[in-house]
Design a protein around this ligand. Structure first.
Ligand SMILES: [Zn+2]
Length: 191
């Protein structure tokens, strides 16, 4: 087994496509991913490709300064493609749905689990109680019910009016944009 070192100039994420394109998804291949910004290392993780999923091994520094070692298996899930092939996904351990990218913090989870909740919670308190909140939640609910393409907005449910659907879609884009801006600001990454 060979360990490859890779630097990903990005915020802390694990991207299935990124790994696949670099031949790092072969069975028992081990990759050490290092995230950095401005020459400073911001984190690293060891990824071992097992037949049933990605074994993640990393340490997380808690607010108390204590280092916590974390080991998790992110199971693979496969869906059939239109042309008889199959597409590989990562299963988010929190919500159980397939996704192509996981986002870190203490744990690596899908964007819905990390981002959408984060974006909803990080609003300033005045806004949180404004009526806009009621409008925003259906957008989140619609997306949460849609399993396999986390970066795409689901197709319109047949019973929903087009006007409602377009409004929800716009809210979703807003949430996503706000979250991306927040994350990139924190890690100093330029899009
Ligand atoms: Zn999730």
């Amino acid at each position: 087994m060979r360990c490859g070192a890779a630097t990903c100039e990005s915020f802390h994420s694990i991207d299935l496509a990124w790994l696949g394109q670099r031949g790092r998804l072969k069975p028992w291949h081990s990759t050490k991913l290092t995230w950095s910004w401005g020459g400073e290392k911001t984190g690293s993780i060891n990824i071992l490709v097992q037949p049933d999923g990605l074994r993640l091994r990393y340490s997380f520094t808690a607010d108390s300064g204590e280092k916590v070692g974390i080991k998790e298996l992110v199971p693979f899930v496969h869906t059939a493609t239109q042309f008889g092939g199959r597409r590989q996904w990562l299963t988010c351990i929190e919500c159980g749905w397939g996704c192509r990218k996981l986002y870190g913090g203490r744990y690596f989870r899908c964007w819905q689990c990390r981002g959408l909740k984060y974006a909803s919670q990080s609003e300033d308190p005045a806004q949180r109680h404004a009526s806009r909140r009621q409008d925003r939640e259906p957008a989140a609910r619609l997306v949460e019910g849609y399993h396999h393409a986390k970066w795409e907005f689901p197709p319109k449910p047949s019973r929903m009016r087009w006007r409602t659907y377009r409004r929800l879609k716009q809210q979703y884009e807003e949430l996503r944009g706000r979250w991306m801006a927040g994350v990139m600001g924190r890690f100093g990454v330029k899009a």
